[in-house]
Design a protein around this ligand. Structure first.
Ligand code: 5GP
Length: 217
C-alpha cells in the first residue's frame, strides 16, 4: 500500500543550527524533501534565489497571498515568510517526507491544517552557544542579533506546543537521532491508517452495502 509522505515542521531559535541540521539530514537520507520558502527579506551574502529562499518584493508576496498560494505565511522581524503550496503538495503526493523550516506562528497554522504533521523544536545546548553561533555567522549586525535574541525569548513561550524537542549539540548524533525519530513517527502514522485497524468498520460497511444491494433487487 502506498503512503503519502509525512509533513515535518522544524522550528528553533535563529542560530540554533536548524539549517546545518537539515542540510545534513537531506544529504544523509534520501526520503526527505526540503520546502523552499518565499521571503521579502534581503538575501544574505552567499544566498541564492531558489536555493535558500525565493526572494520577492512585498507586492509579489501579497499577490501570492491573494492567489491562496501559501500553505501558511507569517511576519517575522518585519518581513514576510511563507511556504508555497505547490511544491509541498507534489512531494507529499510522491511519498516524500517534506520538511518545513519555519517559525512558530507558521508551525501552529500547519498543525491546525494538517493534524498529522510532526512539529520539532531545535534548541541549542545553551544560550551562550546560541549567541556565539549568531556572532560567529558574521552575517548579522549586533542590533539584528539582539532583535533575534529578543524574538527567541518570545518564541520560547510556545515551545510546549511542539511534539519533540531536539537538542543540537553534536551534529552527527543529532541527525542520526532525528532520522530515527522520524522513521518511528512515520511508521506510527502509517499504522494509524492501515486497513487492519479498521477491519471491523470495513466488515460492517461491506455487510450493510451488500444488504442494501440485495434489498434493491
Ligand atoms: P531567516 O531570516 O533567519 O532565514 O529566517 C527567519 C525565521 O523565519 C526562521 O525562524 C525561519 O525558520 C522562518 N521561516 C523561514 N521560512 C518560513 C516560512 O515559509 N514560513 C514561516 N512561517 N517562517 C519561515
Amino acid at each position: 500500500m502506498k503512503h503519502k509522505g509525512l509533513l515535518i515542521v522544524i522550528s528553533g531559535f535563529s542560530g540554533a543550527g536548524k539549517g546545518t541540521l537539515m542540510k545534513k539530514l537531506l544529504h544523509d537520507y534520501e526520503q526527505y524533501a526540503l520546502s523552499i520558502s518565499m521571503t521579502t527579506r534581503a538575501p544574505r551574502e552567499g544566498e541564492e534565489h531558489g536555493r535558500e529562499y525565493f526572494f520577492a518584493t512585498k507586492e509579489q508576496f501579497e499577490d501570492k497571498i491573494k492567489q491562496s498560494g501559501f500553505i501558511e505565511y507569517a511576519q517575522y522581524c518585519g518581513n514576510y515568510y511563507g511556504t508555497p503550496k505547490d511544491y509541498v503538495e507534489e512531494q507529499l503526493e510522491a511519498g516524500k517526507d517534506v520538511i518545513l523550516e519555519i517559525e512558530i506562528q507558521g508551525a501552529m497554522k500547519v498543525k491546525e491544517k494538517f493534524p498529522d504533521a510532526i512539529l520539532l523544536f531545535v534548541m541549542p545546548p545553551s544560550i551562550a552557544v546560541l549567541h556565539q553561533r549568531l556572532v560567529g555567522r558574521g552575517t548579522e549586525t549586533e542590533s539584528v542579533i539582539m532583535e533575534r535574541l529578543m524574538r527567541a525569548n518570545e518564541e520560547a513561550v510556545g515551545i510546549e506546543e511542539y511534539d519533540y524537542i531536539v537538542i543540537n549539540d553534536d551534529l552527527e548524533t543529532c541527525v542520526k537521532e532525528l532520522h530515527e525519530l522520524l522513521v518511528r513517527t512515520h511508521e506510527e502514522v502509517d499504522a494509524q491508517y492501515h486497513p487492519n485497524k479498521f477491519a471491523e468498520l470495513i466488515e460492517n460497511i461491506r455487510e450493510e452495502l451488500s444488504g442494501l444491494v440485495k434489498g434493491e433487487k
